[in-house]
Design a protein around this ligand. Sequence first.
Ligand code: KG4
Ligand code: ZN
Length: 347
Amino acid sequence: MNILGVESSCDETAAAVVADGRRVISNVVNSQIDIHKVYGGVVPEVAARSHLEVVIPVINEAVEGAGGWDNIDAIANTTMPGLIGSLLMGSLSARELAIIKDKPYFPVHHVEAHVYANFLGDNPPKFPFLALIISGGHSQIVLFRDHGNYELIGQTMDDAVGEAFDKVAKIIGLPYPGGPSIAAAALEGDPNRFKLPKAHMQGKYDFSFSGLKTAVLRAVQDAVDVDHTYPSTKLAEKLSSKQQHDFAACFQKVACETLVDKLVLATEEFQPKSVVIAGGVAANQELRRQLKERLPIPIDFPAPKFCTDNAAMVAALGYYKAQKVTPTDPRHVEVIPSISMSETKWG
Ligand code: KG4
Ligand code: ZN
């Protein structure tokens, strides 16, 4: 069964065709990173316009890559959560096409779809499994008992970890998106040069990353010898490239350790058959290194290109939904900018 996935929740317009939830036939991603880079972050109105310009060509390319519409059995589409204008551009197109081409339509949750990047390929996770979902908008540990049947174990109380990577990158003068630029700078830095704190949370599996971000800010102020009133946008100019690399390495190490500490604890308590990571930050190599070293069970990682936003993960989730739930009428769908995964169980 071939599913066409359509994704547009933030700043990537993506379409992909996946066979039987695991074999990627075509995968097209149009990233807006270069457009938003000049602003230092995603500008919602600009994102929506860019989606509008490219969404149909992106979908056409994915469908042609699979040999045309005759080879498409159903459409899966991200309708929640995300930027409302961005979600609408992909969703209106996907729904219109579902009507015109007469294909069953399945709305999917973006964060849940990230987890399904782990079902692509020949080695899918076994239930029950724990998922560490870490992106620009989310940091959570979720226990999956079956497809569509999951429980939130812990989550961030403030910033998402990807958001912390992006904010720290800004403080130390590295380009957007912060995750990949911090990872690259960290390769040349000393991860033990500055001491940064780990947050202690009341909830055993909850996270907090805003304190770590502020700790980096204070340490940078100290390192360049200015007080707290000095404009944070001007701090980076005062850092040497050695200091910049060291801050990147120290922040990355502690942020990853914080995630791994909790995931190791949860693995010991819940004894899952598999553990997976998902979302843009899951592309991080230092995180992967620490997980391989510390997790009590073996772990496989999705290809980095399926960790950041893409539509193959959406199509993979769509396939499992198509086995269990009836299609949704594309005329009666609303996009939802903010909704937790645990409110959308379907299994
Ligand atoms: O999943 P994603 O593409 O979009 C959201 O759903 O948010 O995640 C984007 C986030 C950004 O914060 C970006 O800085 C981070 O993922 N990211 C990384 C890496 N690649 C992307 N963070 C750490 N290391 C990376 N290699
Ligand atoms: Zn995402």
